[in-house]
Structure formats: structure tokens, C-alpha cells
Design a protein around this ligand. Structure first.
Ligand code: IMP
Length: 426
């Protein structure tokens, strides 16, 4: 196995966790490189369902090293809860490491996220309210605390003297929210230091160097999806990090030459949670049918997901900007009882009839775009037990081969159910 990155190729929730879990079997080191506990990764293993937000799901295998990388943002209380959950299930977490360069989500970040969402009359993003945007904002503004700061009295003291006057002014004057005293924050930091102490990895450089020298296999675990990327997604209706393949290099401590493959996970249809454009969205009974059969409800927020047909226009874009070398197509079995399956191959502007076959990055015109579909015949049989590509019904193979043709990217994995075994490697 070469070093692989697994990313979401749509708007998140594509089934990355299952693919990561499968590939983690052959990896020595698994690195989560961006996002925070906004992610919700479900893995079915040992006859149980595990839900991960921050910790790489590779932790379910013994003997793997799982690093929460520098590119992530960590809400300490959530991290602690997740650890407790794993301990309760007797999962060995001795391989878990946290980069001292990861950024801490402080209480004011979640408070500002909640306030901004609840009070937005216009431009509501529909965030997970986990403080993601405000934490990354402060990271970029150079006024954030890193995990390593918790163990450096100098860093904490000097940084808080800069951060708190600024933050308190913002919290009070901009949001009318509670302000923070230095001693109170220091107390909180002492608590956080205890939470992270068993996991913080100050020797991360030596560790990464050793893995590299020994040719050990690395799996980079992305969260969210390309269309939620802060640079390439449906901005401003995006998350605040880089879920594209390139994010693995900036968020892990390894450079781009360490990456051999980028696998983009996509569903055979599209879902989205939160606000923002979604050209192939179905608000009719077909959308309801997909939601019901596909169990499309958020892991982190429980929100019903918006559902629609496969959008090859955004997917082609995701193949390019995400840097995909292949695709893992999931949930294709959801269509087992569909007579017809549609694929959007272009957008048509209702104002002037203009056809877009490339993704238009001005999302403010998306409300004028309607999908141009091609229709495929369904296969009308249960494929959840199929394990070999040749055993798939002819119509399913035809559909997959047509997607490969449009996307100019091979489909390397087809998932036909939630279990590890329900997977076809092509
Ligand atoms: P935030 O990441 O909480 O700031 O939310 C920004 C947008 O990204 C919202 O539309 C969220 O619903 C979406 N989002 C964030 N994380 C995920 C995820 O893991 N899956 C799907 N959507 C997500």
C-alpha cells in the first residue's frame, strides 16, 4: 500500500469513515489533518456502531498510531468525551497522539459561533455550532492558543495578555457576550492540560521522521468535503478549513511528496446539511425516498440532510481541485429499488439558456441554474451481498462505467452497505 489520503468529494457525509476504516487496516500511521468535532464519522465494527468526531477511526485497530494533526481544531470537552466513550468500550487508545500545534477551541469560540448562527438574519451558514469558524478565524489572526501552549507558562501568560483584551472587547461590544478574566482562563487551561497530557506528542518531528525513514504506511483522514473547502467550496457556505487533498500536507507535518494517492469518497447521490446552493436538490418524494433508504440524518447534529441526484458537474470539479487519483463510490445500493437513476451532466441558466459543463464558482447565480440530466435504467435487485465487480448487475456496471467516463477518474472502490465486508475493490 502506498500513502493515501481519503477525502470527501461532495458536501461531507459521503461515507469516508468506512473507507478510512478499511484502508487503516494496512496503514501504520493515520493522521486526521483538518476540521474538528464538526465531523461525524460512523464506523460499524466488532458488531457495534462507533461514532467519531475527532479521533481517527483507525484507533479501532490495535497497534496503529493515530495522530490528530496540526491542521485540526480541538474542543477539549468533546475530545475528553470521545476518549471516555472509547475507554468504556475497552478500545486500546495507547496509539493516540495529539500535535502540540493543533489549535484549541475555547469557550468563546463556541459562544460566538452559536451567537452568529442564532442571530443571522441574512447569510446564515447553518454551522454545527462547534466553534469551528471562530477558532480558525483566530488561528489566522494569530490570536489562538495551541495545545502546546497549555504546557508553557510563558506562552500562556504572554499570549493571554494579547488575546484577552482584544477578545473581551469583541465579545462585549460586538456580541454582547460574557467576557473572561485571565485567572479564569488559566484555570481552564490547567484543566485542559490534564485532559491532553497522556496524548500530546512533543516528539512529533522524530515520530514522523522515523515513520518516513522506515517506509511505514500513512493514511491521511480528511473530514467534511471538497465542496465545503474554504477556498474551493460554495463559499461562504463552507467550513473554515481545507478538506481538499492538499490540506493533508499543510495539516499533518508531511509534505506533498509523501502522498501517493488521493481517494475521493462520493455517494451515488448527493447530500448536504446546512445552508448553501445545491443545484440537484430534490424537494419532492424522490428526495424523501433517498433520505429514508439512505438514513440521511446528521451524525453530529441529527439534522435531516438535503438530498439530490448525483451531480457530475461539481464532482468533476472536485476531481480536479481535490487532486483525486480515484473515487470510492458509496451507497449505490440505495438505488436497488429505483427504476431510473439520474446524473446531472450540466447546468442550464434559466435566464438565458446558457449551459455550464464546468462548475460556476459564483454561487450567487446558482439559484438560476437547473440540472441537465441523463437518465440511467435501474438494476432492480438487491446488490448488498455482491463482493465482486463482475457480479454486479449489468445496469449497475454500465452506470459506474459511465460515471468514470464523465469524470475522467477511475472508481476504485464501490460500497454496497455499511459493513466492512460490503465493499467491492475494483
Ligand atoms: P462548520 O464546519 O460547523 O463551521 O459548518 C459549516 C458548514 O459545513 C455547515 O453547512 C455544516 O453543516 C457543514 N459541515 C461541517 N462539518 C460537516 C460534516 O462533517 N459533514 C457535513 N457537513 C458538515
Amino acid at each position: 500500500m502506498s500513502n493515501k489520503v481519503v477525502i470527501g468529494a461532495q458536501w461531507g457525509d459521503e461515507g469516508k469513515a468506512k473507507i478510512t476504516d478499511l484502508l487503516a487496516q494496512n496503514a501504520d500511521l493515520i493522521i486526521r489533518y483538518q476540521g474538528g468535532c464538526n465531523a461525524g464519522h460512523t464506523v460499524v465494527a466488532h458488531g457495534k456502531t462507533f461514532k467519531f468526531h475527532l479521533i481517527p477511526s483507525g484507533i479501532l485497530y490495535n497497534g496503529k498510531t493515530c495522530l490528530i494533526g496540526n491542521g485540526t481544531v480541538i474542543l477539549p470537552e468533546y475530545f475528553e468525551q470521545e476518549i471516555e466513550g472509547l475507554k468504556k468500550e475497552n478500545i486500546d487508545i495507547s496509539g493516540l497522539k495529539v500535535s502540540p500545534l493543533a489549535t484549541i477551541t475555547m469557550p468563546w469560540h463556541t459562544e460566538v459561533d452559536g451567537y452568529s448562527e442564532d442571530n443571522a438574519s441574512k447569510g446564515k451558514i447553518g454551522t454545527t455550532k462547534k466553534g469551528i469558524g471562530p477558532t480558525y478565524t483566530d488561528k489566522m489572526a494569530r490570536i489562538a492558543l495551541k495545545i502546546g501552549d497549555l504546557y508553557s507558562p510563558e506562552a500562556l501568560n504572554e499570549k493571554l495578555d494579547v488575546i484577552l483584551p482584544l477578545k473581551n472587547k469583541q465579545l462585549k461590544e460586538l456580541y454582547g457576550l460574557k467576557t473572561y478574566m485571565k485567572e479564569e482562563v488559566l484555570e481552564l487551561c490547567r484543566k485542559y492540560a490534564k485532559i491532553f497530557e497522556p496524548y500530546v506528542c512533543f516528539e512529533w518531528q522524530e515520530m514522523l521522521q522515523n515513520f518516513k525513514r522506515e517506509g511505514k504506511k500513512v493514511l491521511f483522514e480528511g473530514a467534511q468535503g471538497v465542496m465545503l473547502d474554504v477556498d474551493f467550496g460554495t463559499y461562504p457556505f463552507v467550513t473554515s478549513s481545507n478538506p481538499v487533498g492538499g490540506g493533508a500536507a499543510t495539516g499533518s507535518g508531511y509534505g506533498p511528496r509523501m502522498i501517493d494517492e488521493v481517494i475521493g469518497v462520493a455517494k451515488a447521490y448527493v447530500t448536504r446539511v446546512g445552508e448553501g446552493p445545491f443545484v440537484t436538490e430534490l424537494t419532492d418524494e424522490t428526495g424523501d425516498k433517498i433520505r429514508e433508504i439512505g438514513h440521511e440524518f446528521g451524525v453530529t447534529t441529527g439534522r435531516p440532510r438535503r438530498c439530490g441526484w448525483f451531480d457530475a458537474v461539481t464532482m468533476k470539479y472536485a476531481c480536479l481541485v481535490g487532486g483525486l487519483t480515484s473515487i470510492a463510490l458509496t451507497k449505490i445500493d440505495v438505488f436497488d429499488n429505483f427504476e431510473e437513476i439520474k446524473v446531472c451532466t450540466a447546468y442550464k441558466d434559466i435566464r438565458d439558456g446558457k449551459i455550464y459543463t464546468s462548475y460556476p464558482t459564483d454561487v450567487y447565480i446558482h439559484k438560476y441554474l437547473t440540472p441537465v440530466y441523463e437518465t440511467h435504467k435501474g438494476w432492480g435487485e438487491d446488490i448488498t451481498g455482491v463482493r465482486k465487480y463482475e457480479d454486479l448487475p449489468a445496469n449497475a456496471r454500465k452506470y459506474l462505467e459511465r460515471l468514470e467516463e464523465i469524470l475522467e477518474t477511475p472508481i476504485s472502490i464501490v460500497s454496497v452497505g455499511p459493513d466492512r465486508e460490503q465493499t467491492i475493490f475494483k
